[in-house]
Design a protein around this ligand. Structure first.
Ligand code: B12
Length: 357
């Protein structure tokens, strides 16, 4: 269990408020006529982009990898296009932001930041590509996942419920419902939300209905759990503070349950000190930490440090995962965890190896 390994997360703190305000005001000076024509909503979006540049840049600089910053630019481009905003906004605002950074950052940070901005601008000069559906052809339950999502997009909870129950009755394991129905349907919902094909309210409805179905599967999960010899080991599973996404870590926790572990799942937005106390007070044998938003990687890092700093928890194996970990290979090492995994099955396999070998 070592901190660092062959890469290191070096936390830095950029003054988001100041950088965003200066970026916005330079943009206004450079393009006064554009800002004059913009609605309040468009102005608030521009302000939000400057803030996000600072937040994502901070995480990229901390880990020495442009992946978070570039991923944000890709995401912002798709979002702006779907709002029919002029595509030049990103390019122009990046140029202004780059000048602000040059004035505000120390030289070493600035030179890295300028590299990332150059790559972001190269990315913007290439033609955009549409993201394919998350319900892929190689998904063995693709037709059912599409039917599930279509039912929920049409606000037809009953059809979705009947579909899920029908699959359970045919013997489809709970694990496959998670892997091949819920996960791709939720990811696809996110894509449709981003391109404005489903609204925020519809996304919330689809997400919450899926959470309801997951809860309804609890008894079935316990039956699958009973088939597995108990391991006599306990896992704490949490999303870091500030992180509102918790279905991924729910899925990870449930896969551990079905593998014979006992799990303490805390869900979203869990403050670091209370995670440490839970590991200590309940004698957990491992901890799984989740973050979905790349801007929360610093929180994962802080939580791992807090676990290592308490002598009662310092040696507890830590596995970390979620979307940002798919962007930077070995990010788990950089933030001081003992393992990382791209999926719930892999997480179970890796932690079993850490704990039992
Ligand atoms: C539902 C949802 C929400 C819900 C979350 C409700 C909840 N209780 O979870 C709400 C409405 C709260 C929400 C809010 C936001 N969201 Co949201 N959300 C989603 C959505 C549609 C589904 C998430 C999900 O459950 N996926 C299914 C699970 C099963 O997959 P998963 O999380 O990836 O988990 C798997 C792996 O990552 C891994 N894993 C996860 N955790 C761990 C942990 C360990 C230890 C391991 C080993 C593995 C592991 O294993 C899991 C199983 O395979 C996604 C779309 C998407 N692509 O996922 C957007 C998405 C993640 N959200 C997004 C955004 C932008 C936001 C907001 C900023 C929106 C806003 N403007 O307010 C906020 C941020 C809130 C915050 N501070 O965290 C973007 C993120 C873009 C980006 N690349 O940065 C996405 C991708 C949508 C999109 N396409 O634009 N969101």
């Amino acid at each position: 269990m070592s901190f660092g390994g062959d890469c290191l997360y070096r936390p830095i703190s950029l003054d988001e408020e100041n950088l965003a305000a200066k970026g916005f005001s330079r943009y206004g000076e450079r393009y006064p006529e554009l800002l004059l024509k913009s609605s309040d909503y468009e102005k608030s979006q521009l302000d939000e982009h400057f803030r996000s540049y600072a937040r994502y840049l901070q995480e990229s600089l901390a880990v020495g990898d442009d992946a978070f910053f570039l991923d944000y630019i890709r995401w912002a481009r798709v979002s702006l296009e779907s709002l029919h905003f002029p595509p030049t906004i990103l390019e122009r605002s990046l140029v202004e932001f780059s000048d602000v950074l040059h004035q505000e950052l120390p030289e070493d940070q600035d030179s890295k930041a300028q590299e990332y901005i150059t790559r972001a601008r190269d990315l913007l000069s290439a033609p955009p590509r549409e993201d394919p559906s998350f319900i892929r052809e190689d998904n063995p339950l693709a037709a059912q996942a599409r039917a599930y999502l279509s039912a929920l997009v049409a606000a037809n909870q009953e059809d979705a419920r009947v579909l899920i129950i029908g699959m359970l009755d045919k013997g489809v394991p709970v694990r496959d419902l998670y892997r091949h129905i819920f996960q791709p349907a939720l990811q696809e919902t996110g894509r449709l939300w981003q391109v404005r094909k489903v609204s925020v309210a519809e996304e919330h409805y689809i997400t919450d209905t899926t959470r309801l179905f997951i809860a309804l599967l609890y008894n079935r999960m316990r039956e699958e759990r009973r088939k597995q010899k108990r391991k006599g080991r306990r896992l704490v599973a949490a999303s870091v503070s500030g992180e509102f996404h918790d279905i991924g870590i729910r899925m990870v926790a449930d896969f551990f349950e079905m593998d014979g572990w006992e799990t303490l799942y805390t869900g979203a937005n869990t403050p670091a000190p209370s995670v440490v106390a839970m590991i200590r007070d309940h004698h957990a044998d491992a901890i799984a930490i989740s973050a979905t938003m790349p801007v929360h990687v610093s929180r994962v890092y802080e939580l791992v440090r807090a676990i290592r700093a308490d002598p009662n928890t310092a040696r507890t194996p830590v596995i970390a995962g979620g979307y940002p970990f798919s962007l930077v290979p070995n990010l788990w090492k950089c933030i001081g965890a003992d393992a990382g995994a791209a999926s719930a099955d892999e997480a179970v396999e890796k932690v079993n190896r850490l704990v039992f070998s």
